[in-house]
Design a binder for this molecule. Structure first.
Ligand code: AMP
Ligand code: GLY
Length: 381
């Protein structure tokens, strides 16, 4: 089978790497198209390719609204009876601030539209939350994506990402992963697209997520939406049980980089079955764990600097179990590899257990260098 992966980040590199074990990865003229990022899905790329008769793994614009509009997602969750945080949707400052005042104390303000993982503020300060509402609704913070906000009560508990491969009515749930969204050690600093991840998550052992996914797919079907692609549930393990914080409509980045290397079956076959609405394979994964440490550019996530020369990638790949995925890099002709994005490299390692995978990943990290390189030292610690 010939497979084309749409997208250029670390997630897509991981997809190509694992798909290439069992299929031929091509640039175009493929038997199967796998769409990586959310923006083209929300814009309807899957619909356009399907209209040309192509086999596509990725939801149409109708299903991708789950990520394109958090307000709509919350409506679907409520209709599906899936547990989630109490919320309100606002376009005006005053009622939004009134709603904030009615919440018990941890405030969450989200842009309705896409904001590359940076549109969420979680704060204990009512003043900061109100200020954020003003910045978002005025359009100054996130443009049109912020002109509607979703305000939620803050929940607490361990977080978990669950990726389910869906064929419209059935789902194959992949192993759990946990990502690290804050920029700095100890979960401090601004939210980012993700600074690292690991899989599996020990405190999720024994929990089943099929019910959450099945209810959501069922609700989408009731609305006439045939969802064929990854449904990514961002979950929180609260004292009252598992609650959905968000849905994304594609593989997580960097969750894909730790879940997919553990895949032991034929990933291309699994995704092709889902794309055709005929999911039959049971997902198969190795017991080994995988850890990913993201190397980010100076200035990330605010204003990443580009053009810094990167050294040591091939050396890092020699570490046992290591995989280095290219997230934001460029190579000009015969020149050296240079930084070309906020998240630059995803340094991953597979190993027997999270601790050993972590040790290997940081050993690989220690072999790489570029000016301004920043990363967290506490991924999977
Ligand atoms: P989201 O993009 O909706 O997943 O939000 C990004 C991050 O904000 C999540 O991974 C959580 O860490 C945090 N978050 C989102 N919603 C809530 C909530 N209701 N309570 C506490 N934290 C939240
Ligand atoms: N790692 C979070 C995301 O992919 O949205």
């Amino acid at each position: 089978m010939k497979v084309c992966v749409v997208g250029t980040g670390g997630r897509e590199h991981a997809l190509r790497h694992v798909l290439a074990r069992t299929s031929e990865v091509v640039e175009e003229d493929a038997d199967l198209y796998v769409i990586g990022p959310e923006a083209p899905l929300v814009e309807g790329l899957a619909d356009r390719l399907r209209a040309e008769g192509k086999l596509v793994f990725g939801p149409g614009a109708d299903g991708a609204r789950l990520e394109g509009s958090k307000a709509w997602m919350k409506e679907v969750l409520a209709a599906a009876g899936v547990p989630t945080a109490r919320h309100g949707v606002f376009r005006e400052v005053e009622p939004a601030v009134e709603f904030l005042k009615s919440l018990p104390g941890l405030y969450v303000v989200k842009t309705d539209g896409l904001a590359a993982g940076k549109g969420v503020l979680v704060t204990e300060s009512l003043a900061d939350a109100a200020e954020d509402v003003r910045a978002k609704l005025s359009g100054s913070a996130f443009g049109p994506a912020g002109r509607t906000v979703v305000i939620e009560e803050g929940l607490s508990g361990g977080e978990l990402s669950v990726l389910a491969v869906c064929d419209g009515s059935r789902a194959a749930v992949l192993p759990t992963a946990r990502d690290f969204k804050r920029a700095a050690d100890g979960d401090t600093g601004p939210n980012t697209g993700g600074m690292g991840a690991y899989s599996p998550v020990p405190d999720a052992a024994g929990l089943a997520f099929d019910d959450v996914i099945d209810r959501t797919l069922g609700e989408l079907r009731r609305r006439g939406i045939e969802y064929r692609g990854v449904l990514y549930a961002g979950l929180m393990l609260t004292p009252e049980g598992v609650k959905v914080l968000e849905y994304n409509v594609r593989f997580g980045d960097p969750e894909a980089q730790v879940v997919l290397p553990r895949y032991a079956g034929d990933l291309a076959a699994l995704l092709a079955e889902a794309a055709a609405g005929e999911l039959r394979s049971q997902p198969k994964c190795v017991d080994d764990a995988c850890v990913c440490v993201v190397l980010a550019a100076q200035g990330y996530p605010v204003s990443p600097r580009t053009g810094d020369v990167i050294a040591g990638v091939e050396d890092a790949r020699q570490v046992e179990g290591a995989l280095v995925f290219e997230a934001g890099v460029a190579r000009h002709g015969e020149g050296p590899l240079v930084t070309a994005g906020g998240r630059v490299l995803d340094v991953c390692a597979v190993g027997p257990g999270v601790d050993e995978a972590r040790r290997r990943a940081y050993e690989a990290v220690s072999r790489i260098s570029f000016a301004g390189m920043q990363y967290r030292t506490d991924i999977a610690a």
